[in-house]
Write a protein that binds this ligand. Structure first.
Ligand code: OAD
Length: 236
């Protein structure tokens, strides 16, 4: 029986790094190559939609070339293992890739949206984005063109599923953060919320994050190693 039965795991770009998906703030990361104001804000999209579509189209195409790694698979196994014992794992991810789904996780809150979906500004429909998006792409629901955008949350926008995320944290008996620098709010604030409620918190990351001092336990190393060994302990 796992000691903890109701676990919330927050993941960030670091969990997908060993799959070959670039992180944002490490050396050579996405924000060293692109100006986030141009490609990840509503203002950037209004100014140059073609540039923003090209940025996300390239990232969406890149998903076809990467696979989930041992850390994604371990979290999926933990969700199944806790479920079999009447427990629960809620996975809150800041990642817009689909590697958690492909590893078998089910209970996922994509707080920053998903690359594999598109959103129509005209009718609000959110549907699958199978190929590239452009200003000419027509909405599958309303048929109008010109309003399609990647279903990703940009700087200045409100992340998704915040009520569900807070509900999960408030009822958790352990909060775990994996592969995130702890520099983007509100996700970076989750550990503080958990600790204020008396919930213990574990950090699994390559190196101490900006919030490292808030955690009650920490393991540092590549996610494929530290997440896999931590999950083995949880399921032992
Ligand atoms: P960051 O790039 O800010 O941080 C990645 C973290 O992963 C760092 O703390 C690294 O040390 C760690 N890391 C790198 N390789 C690792 C590995 N192999 N195993 C374990 N950890 C590793 O990415 P996020 O914290 O996810 O938002 O960034 C948060 C948000 O900022 C993103 O969702 C994105 C970005 O701007 C939007 O675009 C809205």
């Amino acid at each position: 029986m796992a000691r903890h039965e109701n676990i919330v795991v927050l993941t960030g770009a670091g969990i997908s790094a060993e799959s070959g998906v670039a992180t944002f703030r490490d050396a050579g990361g996405v924000w060293a190559q692109y100006d986030y104001r141009e490609v990840a804000t509503p203002e950037g999209f209004a100014a140059n939609p073609a540039l923003v579509h090209a940025f996300y189209n390239a990232r969406r195409r890149g998903l076809g070339a990467v696979q989930p790694n041992a850390a994604h698979r371990a979290l999926a196994a933990l969700e199944r293992g806790l479920g079999e014992k009447g427990g629960r794992l809620t996975l809150i991810t800041q990642n817009v890739d689909d590697l958690h789904e492909r590893a078998g996780s089910k209970n996922i809150l994509h707080m920053h949206g998903e690359l594999s979906k598109a959103e129509c500004a005209h009718c609000g429909d959110i549907g699958a984005a199978r190929g590239d998006l452009s200003v000419e792409t027509a909405c599958n629901a309303c048929g109008r063109a010109g309003g399609m955008r990647p279903h990703v949350v940009w700087f200045g926008e409100i992340p998704r599923f915040m009520d569900e995320a807070m509900d999960a944290i408030m009822t958790a008996d352990l909060f775990v953060s994996v592969g995130t620098s702890g520099s983007v709010y509100p996700a970076a604030g989750f550990v503080g919320e958990a600790r204020a409620l008396g919930v213990p918190a574990t950090e699994l990351n390559l190196e101490p994050s900006e919030n490292a001092y808030l955690f009650t336990d920490s393991r540092y190393g590549p996610a494929t190693q530290v997440v896999a060994s931590w999950v083995r302990e949880m399921l032992a």
